[in-house]
Design a protein around this ligand. Structure first.
Ligand code: CMC
Length: 439
């Protein structure tokens, strides 16, 4: 069977393409939802041409069954289930199981999965020595990239990607250990002792406990806050073929071990255009400061000569209200109430700014709506996290999506190494000139 015949999406019609007078027929494949794709895998052999699509604005990089986004309608589905239904009542580990296995767990499956995760929350004791090699003021994302990559140096028995049991063990270990590693990065940066996981707590409560408990006094996790944390993790768990997920897939396509691949995903997520926007949105809301100053900032956002943009507004894919933003707004209210900041001035600014922008022709015409980052910064700050930790929290949640996408790729029998081509515009071939003869 040729590679072109191995996709689940069947060819439904053909597209005709003429290149330099030569015509070729290309199959059009149909997925279950979303636009059909023109399958160009045979284009080069048929026409001697590549396609050119920097930024992948029109290119599907893989076939996937995990997550679907309809940006025009503002829909996000995990394995077919709407994000709002999952986040409203479900648990993060339930969504994790769903993303990894394709179906929601039964109670027995859920209990078994949660127990396996809980069993692996501790990290190798030697890893705490590893942290001491970092400066105290190191950015926690720098620590995450290093420590997660280093897991492959500690857990040799789960790096063989051809062995399904090792793949499974690596997946469980990473989902289990990521909160521990993140909490240790936080504790290290503020000079407090590491707090061991408490496996009687659920995933999110355990994480909050590791971040905020101290050995010298009792600490009880507020269930409203752990529920909010859990929901924030659900909202961030996967988002189709975004930059960091594509990075994980590309790294994994070479056969690199899963810990190294997830570390590559964390590195990509760190960028301000990806995981760093929630911090920028919070900074902007604080800069605006009062409701009275909003018109000034709206005018700046609309001014073509001013580089200022409303942070937390607009999205490459969503041309409608980001479905995650609605849930985040609700969660934000709940958290602020729970910590006694119900009248937080930043929230007042955010609500009014959203209201004004949603009724302004500029934002309506350009289809600019609040995205998930608009309310997440305020919420995470109220939960007690410093801004440097915001992207780390994103990484904990997205680890599940990265692993699900990595597994899907590795388990595809026709998977090949990812190897994009290029439009070369450099020097043509020329002869080497010895240094003594160069002018
Ligand atoms: N404020 C004001 N104007 C905007 C904004 C904004 N936030 N976003 C886009 N525009 C305008 C932009 O100036 C352009 O106008 P024109 O057509 O007149 O030149 C038009 O809308 C289209 O913008 P674009 O930059 O071509 O759109 P894009 O799809 O390339 O960019 C974006 C998407 C998210 C980078 C952009 O909307 C933006 O910079 N938003 C602010 C940053 C932000 O909130 N980022 C978080 C995204 S969600 C993260 C996630 O899902 O993981």
């Amino acid at each position: 069977m040729s590679v072109a015949e191995t996709y689940a999406a069947p060819p439904v019609s053909e597209a005709a393409l003429t290149a330099d007078g030569e015509q070729c027929q290309l199959p059009i494949r149909k997925g279950t939802l979303g636009p059909d794709v023109i399958d160009i895998t045979s284009l080069y052999s048929k026409t001697n041409h590549f396609t050119f699509d920097p930024g992948f604005t029109s290119t599907a990089s893989c076939e996937s069954k995990i997550t679907f986004i309809d940006g025009d309608e503002g829909v996000l589905l995990y394995r077919g289930y709407p994000i709002d239904e999952l986040a409203e009542t479900g648990k993060f580990l339930e969504s994790a199981y769903l993303l990894l296995n394709g179906e929601l767990p039964t109670q027995d499956q859920f209990d078994d999965f949660s127990t396996r995760i809980a069993y692996h929350t501790m990290v190798h004791e030697q890893m705490s020595q590893f942290y001491k090699g970092f400066r105290r003021d190191a950015h926690p994302m720098a620590v995450m990239v290093g420590v997660v990559g280093a897991l492959s140096a500690f857990y040799h028995d789960s790096t063989d990607i051809r062995d399904p049991e090792q793949r499974e063990m690596a997946s469980i270990r990473m989902i289990a250990k990521m909160p521990t590693i993140a909490a240790m990065a936080h504790k290290y940066s503020i000079g407090q002792p590491f707090v061991y996981p408490q496996n009687h707590l659920d995933y999110s409560a355990n994480f909050l406990n590791m971040c905020f408990a101290v050995p010298c006094e009792p600490y009880k996790v507020d269930p409203v806050l752990s529920r909010a944390m859990d929901r924030i993790f659900i909202l961030h768990a996967d988002h189709e073929q975004n930059a960091s997920t594509s990075t994980v897939r590309l790294a994994g396509s070479s056969g690199a071990n899963p810990f190294a691949c997830i570390s590559a995903g964390i590195a990509c997520l760190w960028g301000p255009a990806h995981g760093g926007a929630n911090e920028a949105a919070l900074t902007m809301l604080q800069q605006i400061g009062t409701v009275e100053r909003i018109p000034e900032f709206i005018a700046r956002a609309k001014d073509k000569n001013d580089p200022f943009r409303l942070m937390g507004f607009g999205h490459r894919v969503y041309k409608n209200y980001d479905p995650r933003a609605k849930i985040m707004q609700k969660t934000c209210h709940e958290v602020l109430e729970a910590v006694g900041h119900g009248d937080d001035p930043t929230l007042k600014v955010a609500l009014e700014l959203e209201h004004i922008a949603l009724n302004d022709d500029y934002f309506i015409e350009k289809k600019l709506y609040p995205n998930i980052d608009f309310y997440s910064g305020i919420t995470l700050r109220a939960l007690g996290f410093p801004t440097e930790m915001f992207t780390v929290l994103f990484a904990i949640a997205r680890t599940v999506g990265w692993i699900a996408q990595w597994k899907e790729m590795i388990e595809d029998p026709y998977q090949r190494i990812g190897r994009p081509r290029q439009l070369y515009t450099g020097a043509k071939q020329r002869s080497y000139v010895p240094i003594s003869e160069r002018v």
